[in-house]
Ligand binder design. Structure first.
Ligand code: SF4
Length: 430
């Protein structure tokens, strides 16, 4: 039996795409390899969100070529889709394709295996493309399954290459979503995470809304339904009210802010200002008293002055995020922002440090506010007599003296915290 090994970079949408590929290969008779050495085929599903992601992609392809000189190495995903010439020029890859048509990959691998020459085929995304529908029958892992409901983005933020690498926004039908959720429920998953590239644009092309998709998932009987990263778009008061009525919807909202400075937001071509964003946070906190709101903050965007950065940081503090993912701006060739005057690297570094410091402070403040509370934790792993898992709002918890509960939801009293997680004691197992 031939064996295939997968290496995935980037976001949860990419992780879902890899699961789709794994199912395709399995149906074609392949076994899944745990290590790259000795695999007949190695698939690198790439990410190009930053220059660092590009570098990691190249590094992975080269490393696998060294480890497995005779394997067919497939480079797919966002790097070839956004930068086809760069990807095709990588001598270590045998197959180079993108993310538009994953079903093509088996055929390309067969061609590379029989010809022992490099095969490059990167179909472009086009307006009107349909959502690539897989209806997975299984998902690797034990505690939570990722479910892709939307792909692509029509926003064209000035720094972002995703509209090129992922194409236009397109949505999965509710019928297809329902089938896949039934499969995951039958497999015993207690939690699912619905994800998309621009999640809240789900349904605009098929006369539905992202709330329709969440309601469908919540109606399937999972203990927990959570959602991946969000943009500011389309989260109306009505949407919030409908979500708040769902008892198994997890109150975790990761909403990209990018900057808290209105001048910078405008230059980024974001479609909201800081006041509108703050109003959204307040509406979510009013509807979900246990909401954890986290965000992405970009520092060193072209033209960002010291004053702009100070405004951005002050806003982030005022918004009271539970955590901030800090990203130094990374120029993506082909975007408008890459042509603007860049902020020197040393300034970006200093701003990154300052933003990380604030993130840490906010995180510790949030942990303190949890002391004495009782939370429910889905236990995922165990180590040295303690269980590790997440609360409904995705706060990591170490549960002391707790073994044999993996895959179960337990009630935990929060007694303290460490740098990255809460600490608690078991009250009861559910
Ligand atoms: S909304 Fe998000 S994915 Fe779309 S262009 Fe902007 S940053 Fe990129």
């Amino acid at each position: 039996m031939k064996r295939v090994y997968f290496h995935t970079l980037g976001c949860k949408v990419n992780q879902y795409d890899t699961e789709s590929l794994a199912e395709l290969f399995t149906k074609a008779g392949y076994g899944i390899a745990d290590t790259p050495a000795g695999a007949d085929v190695i698939v690198v599903n790439s990410c190009t969100v930053t220059a660092e992601a590009d570098r990691k992609t190249r590094q992975a392809v080269r490393r696998f070529r060294r480890i497995a000189p005779d394997s067919v190495i497939v480079l797919c995903g966002c790097v070839p889709q956004a930068y086809p010439a760069v990807a095709a020029a990588l001598p270590e890859a045998d197959v180079v394709t993108g993310n538009k048509d994953h079903r093509l990959i088996l055929d390309l691998v067969d061609r590379a295996l029989s010809s022992r020459s490099c095969v490059v085929d990167i179909p472009s995304h086009a307006k009107g493309d349909d959502f690539e529908d897989f209806r997975l029958s299984a998902f690797s892992g034990r505690t939570r399954a990722i479910v892709k409901i939307q792909d692509g983005c029509d926003r064209y933020c000035s720094y972002c290459i995703i509209p090129t690498s992922r194409g236009r926004s397109r949505s999965r039908s509710l019928e297809s979503l329902s089938d896949e959720l039934d499969n995951f429920k039958a497999q015993g998953f207690r939690e699912v995470v619905l994800v998309g590239i621009n999640f809240c644009c789900y349904g605009l092309d098929i006369g539905r809304t992202f709330v329709d998709a969440i309601e469908l998932a919540c109606g399937k009987g999972f203990d927990r339904v959570r959602i991946g990263s969000l943009e500011y778009d389309n989260i109306s008061d009505e949407a919030i009210a409908r979500l708040a009525a769902l008892p198994n919807f997890c109150p975790q909202f990761h909403i990209s802010l990018q900057s808290g400075c209105d001048r910078t937001l405008k230059a980024m071509n974001r479609h909201y200002n800081s006041a509108e964003y703050l109003a959204l946070c307040e509406a979510l906190r009013a509807a979900f008293p246990d909401a954890a709101i986290t965000t992405d903050l970009m520092v060193g965007f072209p033209g960002e002055t010291d004053e702009d950065f100070a405004d951005s940081l002050a806003f982030a503090e005022k918004a009271g995020f539970e955590k901030i993912h800090v990203f130094p701006y990374s120029a993506r060739p082909g975007t408008c922002a890459a042509e603007m005057e860049q902020v020197p690297a040393s300034i970006k570094e200093a701003r990154t440090d300052a933003a990380l410091k604030l993130s840490d402070e906010l995180r510790q403040k949030f942990f303190k506010s949890c002391l004495g509370r009782t939370v429910s934790v889905l236990c995922e792993t165990e180590k040295e007599g303690a269980a590790f898992g997440y609360t409904e709002n995705y706060t990591p918890v170490k549960v002391l003296n707790c073994t044999g509960h993996s895959g179960k939801i337990v009630s935990v009293r929060v007694t303290g915290s460490e740098h990255d997680n809460l600490i608690g004691e078991l009250c009861s197992a559910g």
